[in-house]
Ligand binder design. Structure first.
Ligand code: ADP
Ligand code: MG
Length: 672
């Protein structure tokens, strides 16, 4: 077996878990080595049992002198083991894991680690890390232990075990990929040492140095990719010349029910400017949830139309595409613009008619949509799309201009270096009259009171309400839909029987979704129970309350996106968070939603709490740009920038490094 061998061919155990590893994006042994810990647990203090203090985090070595399963009413079962080391006895407890007693026999010598707590007055550790003390090396105890991002059914312990054995058995295959000159100039650790120190720490000092090395790799790769994209882009530099049509644009803006904010005005000017010159526009529009990006897209698309070109607007979900279609139609149809919709459900058939603007999902990329004069592509929530999809769409025109939009908060300095190939516009002000959304983490005992308050808000203030059920597994699968449907039925029959409710989930037919959203917009019902499919973009300005169930299952950025479904008008809006978790850190994290109002603030905080390596619990929460580097790593960002400038053509780099850059390039991939 080699580093390039797929995990599925790595023996029976790995084979059984292939799907789980897949979910973490780990396909080969090499991927395993680059699956980096999100944090560490320091179990390096080894103590004898008589010296243990409550609250201490320690490793203890001893012999099992008692082991039994007992049953209680509240928990299905409790596993109790008593460990003795000659100086005293320590109680180890697990809940509902009977196999533990099966595996750990009397007289076995164990090394265990965890936090000392009091249980019925005795020192105990609940769910300790454990391993046989007779093993040649301690991997899970007696040292600093890496904790990995995991997925359901795959524990950190299991991941740790496989990474450790890969490191040991394939060490000789690990090849350096950074040029020697860079390693020397910035005094970075070589890759082999870095991987050892990050996975099998000797000291936090060394681990930090390893992190620096690997974070540098990440930033360096992204910057090289940006440089390469820029080069590829400028090979096709000559772009379409748009006239500004200022009068018509101004007349259009006058038809809007609001005035553009100063930064929206700047954004429109930026686009007008970029599309006038000789080069192809490649601009990223960044603005927090609710800052009003859609209207900027509309302006750009209208400008393309005025210049006699077609436009495309691509959105990540069908629901969002439908909404954009409705918005653009109502804004632009009166001006004679023909807008069509292309989603997976509409574009089974070729779009035959001629059109000015096509709005759609990734279906726009498919061969049923053909453009004869594509002049501008707008990509909403661009972080949701792979580079291939963007690439193919570009191929459908002759060097069309490109505007990408995102609410993902990336600090300006970081964006400027990582996206050095893009021009940037920031929407830093919110539309006038927006009130901050009052947010509460609601304790379970106030659930009924909350329902009563919601009813009152609906009846007295004409409010509309979102109730969001979480994804049960990683995505919108059957169990999630079942849970949402059940909740919908419960609310309709037991709680809000006097009100009207709607249900929305991703597996509904697009017509149905459309109808539901439309009816909600027209206030045909008061409450919309939905899966997190409404997370991005949905704009119902009369909705003022959002209740989120299982809030602990969402990342803060995702909660922020969800919360952004309300507070889009000038009415006071509210966000109620419910959680089943009682973990201190989770509650603290959710509590942050009460005080922090901007996406940027929240994502920094999330990063701080959960560590940069933490994969957001759910796939749906979007792609993480950085795995180990932090946006606040200014110095590293600088080093990566300088190193990028010192490097010659990409083709002179090691093949391994080239392979790392590849996924970030806009590729020409043929459709189908
Ligand atoms: P996002 O940036 O999250 O995509 P949207 O484009 O959906 O935000 O805009 C959110 C809401 O704000 C929409 O209802 C839109 O009509 C409204 N809006 C946009 N710009 C302004 C503005 N300048 N003044 C008032 N409301 C605005
Ligand atoms: Mg939007």
């Amino acid at each position: 077996m080699h580093l390039t061998t797929p995990l599925s061919q790595g023996g029976a155990v790995l084979k059984r878990y292939t799907k789980k590893f897949d979910k973490l994006g780990l396909n080969t042994f090499s991927d395993l080595l680059f699956h980096l810990p999100s944090r560490y647990e320091d179990y390096s203090i080894i103590s004898s049992i008589d010296k243990l203090q409550e609250g201490e985090v320690v490793t203890v070595r001893g012999t099992i002198i008692d082991a039994k399963n007992s049953y209680t009413r509240r928990f299905k079962s409790i596993q109790k083991i008593i460990l003795s080391d000659g100086t005293g006895e320590l109680l180890l407890l697990w809940f509902n894991q009977p196999y533990i007693i099966k595996n750990l026999k009397l007289q076995t010598e164990l090394s265990i680690a965890g936090r000392i707590e009091k249980f019925s007055g005795k020192n105990a550790i609940i769910s300790p890390e454990y391993e046989l003390a007779s093993g040649e090396e301690l991997v899970n105890t007696g040292r600093i232990i890496p904790i990995y991002p995991v997925t359901q059914g795959l524990s950190s312990k299991m991941v740790r075990k496989h990474i450790f054995s890969t490191l040991k058995s394939m060490e000789s295959e690990i090849e350096e990929y950074l040029p020697n000159s860079i390693l020397k100039k910035y005094a970075f650790m070589d890759i082999k040492s870095a991987l050892w120190h990050i996975h099998y720490p000797q000291s936090f000092d060394e681990t930090e140095k390893a992190r620096q090395r690997l974070a540098f790799d990440e930033l360096f790769t992204l910057q090289l990719a940006a440089r390469e994209r820029k080069r590829l882009w400028s090979e096709t530099q000559e772009g379409i010349h748009f006239q500004p049509f200022s009068e018509k644009m101004n007349a259009f803006l006058k038809t809007l029910p609001f005035e553009l904010t100063p930064s929206q005005q700047t954004a429109v000017e930026d686009i007008t400017h970029d599309t006038q010159g000789g080069t192809v526009m490649n601009r990223l529009l960044q603005g927090d949830v609710g800052s009003g990006k859609t209207i900027i897209a509309a302006c750009g698309l209208y400008l393309a139309y005025l210049n006699g070109f077609q436009g495309a607007l691509m959105a990540p979900t069908e629901i969002l595409a439908q909404q954009h279609f409705a918005t653009l139609s109502s804004l632009l149809k009166p001006l004679g613009v023909k807008v069509v919709l292309a989603t997976s459900s509409t574009s089974k058939n070729k779009i035959e008619e001629t059109f000015d603007i096509a709005v759609g999902t990734h279906s726009l990329v498919g061969k049923n949509v053909t453009f004869n004069k594509l002049g501008l592509i707008v990509i909403d929530e661009q972080q949701r799309f792979g580079v291939e999809q963007r690439g193919i769409l570009r191929e459908k025109g002759n060097r069309p201009h490109l505007l990408t939009m995102t609410a993902t908060p990336i600090p300006r300095t970081a964006a400027l270096t990582l996206y050095s190939d893009l021009a940037l516009t920031y929407l830093h002000d919110m539309p006038k009259g927006r009130k901050t959304i009052k947010t509460w983490l609601v304790p379970e005992e106030k659930r009924l009171a909350s329902y009563a308050w919601i009813r009152k808000e609906i009846q007295e203030n004409d409010s509309q309400v979102f109730i969001i059920c979480p994804f049960i597994e990683e995505s919108e699968n059957a169990s999630t839909i079942k849970a949402a449907t059940k909740e919908f039925e419960r609310l309709q029959t037991e709680i809000f029987s006097d009100l009207s409710l709607g249900l929305l989930h991703g597996k509904m037919r697009s017509k149905e979704k459309d109808t539901v959203l439309d009816e909600f917009k027209q206030k045909k019902f008061d409450i919309l129970v939905a899966t997190p499919v409404v997370e991005v973009g949905i704009d119902i300005s009369n909705a003022t309350i959002i209740l989120i169930e299982g809030a602990e299952r969402f990342g803060l950025s995702q909660l922020h996106q969800l919360r952004g479904r309300v507070g889009r008008g000038d009415k006071q809006s509210y966000c109620l968070l419910f959680t089943e978790s009682s973990s201190e850190i989770t509650l603290k994290r959710l509590k942050a939603m009460e005080s922090m109002k901007s996406g940027a603030e929240l994502s920094e905080y999330d990063l701080e709490l959960r560590g940069p390596g933490e994969i957001y619990g759910l796939k749906q929460s979007g792609v993480r740009l950085l795995k180990i580097a932090k946006f606040s790593d200014r110095e590293l960002l600088d080093k990566a920038k300088r190193a990028t400038e010192d490097i010659g053509e990409i083709s002179t780099l090691s093949p391994l490094l080239q392979a790392k850059i590849q996924p970030y390039l806009l590729q020409k991939v043929s459709p189908d």
